[in-house]
Design a protein around this ligand. Structure first.
Ligand SMILES: Cc1cc2nc3c(=O)[nH]c(=O)nc-3n(C[C@H](O)[C@H](O)[C@H](O)COP(=O)(O)O)c2cc1C
Length: 393
């Protein structure tokens, strides 16, 4: 009875107090507000993963835009594993200096920044790296890339744990406020959760505890290396959207979230879709202009947030400030991440601060996925029109 009353009172206090634009703190990470830039690969690093002047500018613009936290695009942890061209690297110590410059630039504008790190394995689109020895939980051909990975031995698993840990240590040295493990979308870590990719019969396969074990190994190893202050985040799927029996399901994802909390994760960003499914779908949905199509992972993310006691980030189709404010007050979800609209308007949060009814220009067309550098086609069209307007005057 006392517990029920306490929960009821907490709900009332929470409803009165939670604000999208309030500052919060997780370990040593101070977020300016609850709106986060979700990881977005720009295809702008050089062939070795070095940060180019253009990429510095992208992050500087984001840093000025009023965000609570920036998460970088996915970054390589191994010189031989290159999921996509133009990704940043952090696979040896020589990268620390340029990442320090990036972090200092972002911090100078008052915004914290987390580094997202990924190992691609068979989910490797880079044409020059498909013949490298790429690890996977089992030697199962990827339906999209047609790459069959090397089934990882225990030593290979330890190697991957070590390279993620080394990357986290470098990120900490460079001054990043947090690290996010890319554990979603069909990259190596998430393949362990996916029955179609993971046929193992040892302690890394079978039950959901076993399939999530590599995440826990990585988180624990990172925690040991970086100490207590540094924040460790995980991006994970709530569902693989694969055929029955092939993919991770929502009830399993809820168990995974609990396991990751137990394992020491500080924050979970909830995504969806295993891109190796071959269904041609991804986490960036198109045609979401109607309000009811926005925040499209709300229902499963809500369930996950109710099951854990660490902050959960709602991702995918977040486009309406007032709607997010309501979700904050009506659910256990505490943070919201946004990717594509910030390509078009890196200052979107500042615009929302000035006018909470402001409608982002992003039409979720996925025109940003195109050959060459990632960019917003709406923004480019607008610039062309503005140029024309001024020349017509
Ligand atoms: C061009 C592009 C690149 C992306 N790169 C990454 C990435 O590096 N890491 C990641 O976890 N997700 C990546 N995503 C997915 C986004 O983080 C996000 O989950 C997705 O776009 C849905 O959110 P949105 O509706 O706010 O765009 C990318 C999406 C796009 C469109």
């Amino acid at each position: 009875m006392i517990k029920l009353v306490a929960v009821f009172l907490w709900q009332i206090i929470k409803q009165q107090n939670m604000q999208l634009l309030e500052k919060t703190k997780i370990r040593n990470l101070e977020l300016n507000n609850r709106i986060i830039r979700s990881a977005l690969w720009m295809n702008m690093a050089d062939k070795d993963g070095r940060i180019t002047p253009k990429l510095y500018t992208v992050y500087e613009e984001l840093a000025k835009g009023g965000l609570g936290l920036i998460i970088t695009g996915y970054t390589m942890v191994d010189a031989n594993d290159r999921p996509n061209p133009g990704m940043m690297g952090i696979y040896d110590d020589s990268f620390i200096e340029e990442h320090t410059k990036l972090v200092d630039m972002v911090h100078a504008k008052g915004t914290p920044i987390a580094l997202q790190v990924a190992y691609g394995g068979s989910q490797t689109n880079h044409p020059d790296y498909q013949d490298a020895i790429l690890f996977g939980p089992s030697a199962v051909e990827n339906r999209v890339t047609k790459i069959t990975p090397k089934e990882m031995t225990k030593a290979d698993i330890e190697h991957v744990v070590r390279i993620f840990t080394n990357a986290a240590v470098r990120a900490q040295k460079a001054g990043y406020d947090a690290i996010e493990l890319h554990g979603a979308h069909g990259y190596l870590l998430s393949q362990f959760l996916t029955p179609f990719c993971n046929r193992r019969t040892d302690e890394y396969g079978g039950s959901i505890e076993n399939r999530a074990r590599i995440y826990v190994d990585v988180i624990r190893s990172i925690r040991q290396a970086v100490g207590e202050d540094f924040v460790v985040m995980v991006k994970m799927n709530h569902d693989d959207y694969m055929d029955e029996g092939e993919g991770l399901t929502v009830p399993e994802a809820i168990e995974v979230a609990k396991i990751l909390e137990q394992g020491g994760a500080d924050m979970l960003e909830i995504s969806g879709v295993n891109e190796t499914s071959g269904k041609g779908i991804g986490p960036a949905r198109t045609k979401i202009h109607k309000p009811e199509l926005q925040s499209y992972y709300l229902a499963p993310t809500k369930r996950i947030a109710e099951a854990v006691n660490i902050p959960v980030i709602l991702m995918g189709g977040n486009r309406n400030f007032k709607r997010l404010q309501n979700i904050l007050n009506e659910t256990e979800i505490q943070y919201f991440s946004i990717a594509r609209p910030l390509l078009c308007e890196p200052d979107l949060v500042n615009k929302w601060k000035a006018d909470s009814d402001y409608k982002p220009l992003c039409v979720s067309c996925n025109g940003c996925y195109r050959p060459g550098e990632v960019g917003c086609v709406v923004q480019e069209r607008l610039s062309e029109l503005r140029l024309k307007e001024t020349s017509d005057c």
